[in-house]
Design a protein around this ligand. Sequence first.
Ligand code: CP
Ligand code: NVA
Length: 307
Amino acid sequence: MKKDFISILDINEQELEQLLSEAHQLKRQKKAGTTHLLLAGKTLAMIFEKSSTRTHISFEVGMNELGGHALFLNARDMQIRRGEEIRDTARAASRYVSAMMIRAYKHSTIEEYAKYATIPVINGLSDLEHPCQLLADIMTMQEHFGSVEGLNVTWVGDGNNVCNSLILSTVLTGLNVTVSTPKGYEPPEEIVAKARALGGNVTLVREPEIAVKDAEVIVTDTWVSMGDEGEKEERVRIFKDYSVDAPLMKLASPEARVLHCLPAHRGEEITDEVMEGGQSLVWDEAENRLHAQKALLVRLLKNKLPE
Ligand code: CP
Ligand code: NVA
């Protein structure tokens, strides 16, 4: 594996398969009450520029369950805020901890940390990607459908960071991804082009009603990502026809399932009825962040998982 996990494409197909197989194994072992203190003595620094519930909890609990420790660092409390450079922070931190997880506004911030850190750096969400979310999402689809190869996944809403990682993941998984966004909110052209150039199957469809027709999985996310709050009113108006609600679900197969990385805004990108309904896998998806990231940490810190 590469030193860092900043993009979903920092791992290859085989590495993804192995990582997720270990994630399923860790999940089974946890349910059976077995623990392996594979990361005893290791510390993960978690630097947050933005809010988090799942990423913070799952990484901290994951390190704890593996016998290690996680250190929560609010970027506002660090010397970074007073102008210390990332390259100096990254090198100093590398002398203390075994890995860093960073949630940043700018993707380039995480890349800068990775450039200077001598330890693995994990992207805990940036404006461009949310690769840890995709590990959990693919794991959840595997649990429900078995193989994900050739599975039809439709994204409805904003062409944002989670959408970008989903698009890029087609290269590793063989998922067929259809993306339905309002005009002007499509995923970046470079992301779509990169996925296609590497053999990914990505289709852009304007109308959500058409996009969900053959969907086996429907994925959505907030219309207003962290950092977009200033555009909230405008976005809520522009995205109003991109809500995953009961009428939209009726256009897909009754066997279709729904994913949402959370936090959800009921009544906007998803309705309460769909969130709480039988087609929703959102709680398994949230849980799988824990197992998938434990597998990631074990892999990045080059440990083998015992049977
Ligand atoms: N899905 C996700 O990353 O959630 P948080 O923002 O709560 O970490
Ligand atoms: N797209 C959302 C994901 C939150 C987990 C955001 O960036 O705010």
